[in-house]
Every structure is written in C-alpha cells, then in structure tokens.
Design a protein. Structure first.
Length: 125
C-alpha cells in the first residue's frame, strides 16, 4: 500500500521556494532559510546572518516563524519562571517552570482557559 499523505516538511520547502520564486530571488536563498530553521533552529529572522538585512526584514513582514508570541517573561527570586504566550487568535496560555533544590517541574497550560485554577498561573478561570 502506498502512502499518499503530504509530508509536512516538504510543504515548508514548497512555501519557501514559491515565495522566493515570486520575489525573483535566487533559489539558494530558500535553502539557506531551511538550514537556519532546521539545522541551526533559530528563533528569529534576524538571526539568519547570511541573508541580506533587507531580505530578513521582508521575510519578517511576510511570514511568521512561530504561532505564539512571548507577551511576558518573568523570573522570581526563587528561580520560578513564567512565560505568558499569546496565540495567533489572541488567546493566551502560560508556561511555568518551578524549581526546587532537587528537581524542576513544568506546568504548561494547553487551553486558553485552563480549569486547574493554579494560583501562580494567568490562564486559570
């Protein structure tokens, strides 16, 4: 039986190649972007240092790298860290890293309104 389902990473290649073709930019630029994303795992277009600055700016206004944006990052004196993430639809979720001397615990709200009602979390009811 042959699997005809689309390969997600190929779709990314097609999107990049089409975008660069439409802009009449050299094909090797899409490969550079792909390497930055999958080998270097950069978090921002600005980190792609071998791309011209004007191209990085155009990519930043044309495509999002992530579906979330960090709205707030706080760190308490005890080492607890919180990230408030805004989703593409405007909803927000929170991730909390709790540290003690022996181990670390992570709480990630996976719903915009989480029913756990944790006192340390912004996404509780």
């Amino acid at each position: 039986m042959t699997d005809h389902s689309p390969h997600l990473l190929s779709a990314i290649d097609e999107i990049l190649e089409t975008w660069f073709e439409e802009k009449r930019l050299p094909r090797f630029r899409s490969e550079q972007v792909r390497k930055w994303l999958f080998q270097q795992r950069v978090a921002d277009w600005e980190q792609m240092s071998n791309l011209p600055k004007t191209l990085r700016a155009e990519l930043a206004t044309s495509m999002r790298l992530w579906t979330t944006q960090i709205k707030c990052h706080t760190q308490a004196d005890d080492g607890t860290e919180k990230l408030l993430l805004q989703l593409s639809d405007g909803g927000q979720i929170e991730c909390v890293l709790l540290r003690d001397r022996i181990r670390r615990k992570i709480c990630i709200s996976t719903q915009v309104v989480c029913g756990m009602e944790c006192v340390f979390c912004a996404s509780g009811l």
